[in-house]
Ligand binder design. Structure first.
Ligand code: HEM
Length: 408
């Protein structure tokens, strides 16, 4: 695939060298299991805004999910809060992510198999991949560079964000040393945003699909949340440990329809053998996340959305594999954003279920419009468009949504 044949198209062409380790250290520093607790308040605020948007325009729920998830990242990474700026940056990011998703499907281009093709000039017939790659590179660079312009201002005005914190860390450096480290910081910010917002949005979208298709699951989660939280406030992160069924819903979302079903391509560093198969060094290896998470020997009736599979007698059923073992990739490049993703989906799902009923939409004759669990294909998958009805569960729920400070 383009990124692995050494194609210089942007953020993704790093292998396991010292440069990659510098990036990886920063990902870990800002997104490890403890560090992510710093983002909880922002995530609660963003989820409240999502509820308000869903209340006003429920039919545009997909747009709101994409917008709010993008806005969540723009605020956490670049300190961008202004609605107009958010719109502008989301448009830039959308273009870049589209290109990345096309390029990241291994085998989409002949150059994946014949790396020497990268030397043919872009004007030659058949070199469409080169022209596409040039455009994708421009878009990826815009996504990396344009929002970064906000970071110095965020640092000056003491608005906390990951970009400002990274700039502060290198403020003692000068000249080329500073420039080099700033490049790394920009890459980390850009990759975080690109890798995190679409995947998390896809998972929340999958959550909506599951709730429409499995009303019993929805009802059970709503009952659990009501018992823990009561009627007079929104769920927050202090409820996390008590909402086991909701946590099981998160696990089932990443198992039932893993947002990145084929993972990211990896490359073997040396000859290897697996179950009698010889794998040559430098071979591209894909792990089939989807097949692992749909294996009926591990997950009975794998096509059914059933969070209960992870629970037994009110405790975790440790005999059933946690899908996070593979849904976020594997090895040294395992997704560093997995803890952040879980927090984001958890708080949004908890608050949505506490305040809204998600049901099939009705047609003109009042009959339920059938929803199928169909997904798009690609590097990151999404549910195919479907309609649903999203209504506040009660007057009390509506006033929680409208309330200014309902987190306490
Ligand atoms: C449900 C949401 C998410 C899913 C399903 C997901 C999945 C993945 C997968 C499969 C990989 C490839 C790992 C490998 O090479 O084996 C990956 C990489 C990555 N993810 Fe995530 N991710 C999610 C959310 C996030 C979030 C929220 C962030 C940032 C806060 C993030 C940042 C990254 C980065 C930076 C990489 C590249 C790591 C590297 O190459 O060293 N992801 N993710």
């Amino acid at each position: 695939m383009l990124t692995l044949t050494g194609w210089d198209w942007g953020l993704g062409n790093m292998t396991y060298g010292p440069l990659w380790r510098r990036h990886r250290r920063l990902f870990h520093q800002y997104f490890n299991q403890h560090a992510v607790t710093a983002y909880k308040q922002d995530l609660e605020e963003a989820s409240h805004k999502l509820l308000q948007r869903l209340l006003l325009q429920p039919e545009k729920f997909v747009y709101h999910l994409r917008y709010m998830l993008g806005a969540e990242f723009l605020s956490a990474v670049y300190g961008i809060h202004d609605a107009e700026e958010i719109d502008q940056y989301l448009a830039i990011a959308e273009k870049a992510i589209q290109g990345a998703e096309e390029a990241l499907i291994p085998g989409s281009f002949l150059v994946d198999f014949l790396p020497t093709l990268k030397y043919v000039p872009a004007w030659m017939p058949g070199a469409l991949f080169k022209r596409k790659a040039a455009e994708w590179k421009r878009n990826a660079m815009a996504m990396r560079n344009v929002p970064w312009q906000n970071v110095s201002a965020a640092l000056d005005s003491h608005k906390p964000c990951i970009g400002a914190s990274m700039l502060e860390r290198i403020s003692h450096l000068i000249g080329s040393e500073h420039a080099g480290e700033e490049e790394v910081a920009k890459n980390v910010a850009g990759t975080t945003y690109a890798a995190g917002s679409d995947t998390t949005y896809a998972t929340l979208h999958i959550f909506f699909l599951a709730m429409v298709l499995y009303p019993d699951v929805q009802k059970r989660a709503q009952d659990e949340i009501a018992a823990v939280v009561g009627d007079d406030r929104l769920p927050n992160f202090s409820d996390y440990d008590k909402l086991m069924y909701l946590k099981a819903i998160w696990m089932e979302c990443i198992r039932w329809q893993p947002a990145v079903p084929l993972g990211l391509a990896h490359k073997t560093l040396a000859d290897d053998e697996y179950n009698g198969f010889r794998i040559p060094g430098r071979a591209i290896v894909m792990h089939n996340t989807w097949a692992i998470l749909q294996d009926p020997k591990v997950y009975s009736e794998p096509k059914t959305f059933n969070p209960e599979r992870f629970l037994r007698d009110g405790a975790w059923n440790l005999e059933v594999m946690d899908p996070a073992v593979i849904a976020f990739g594997a090895g040294r490049r395992i997704c560093p954003g997995r803890y952040f993703a879980e927090l984001s989906v958890f708080i949004n799902a908890a608050r949505i279920l506490h305040t809204f009923d998600i049901m099939p939409a009705l047609d003109a004759e009042g009959k339920q419009i059938k929803v199928e669990p169909d997904m798009t294909s690609g590097f990151v998958i999404h549910p195919k468009p479907f309609q649903c009805s999203i209504k506040p569960r009660s007057k009390a729920a509506e006033s929680l949504i409208r309330g200014g400070n309902s987190d306490n």
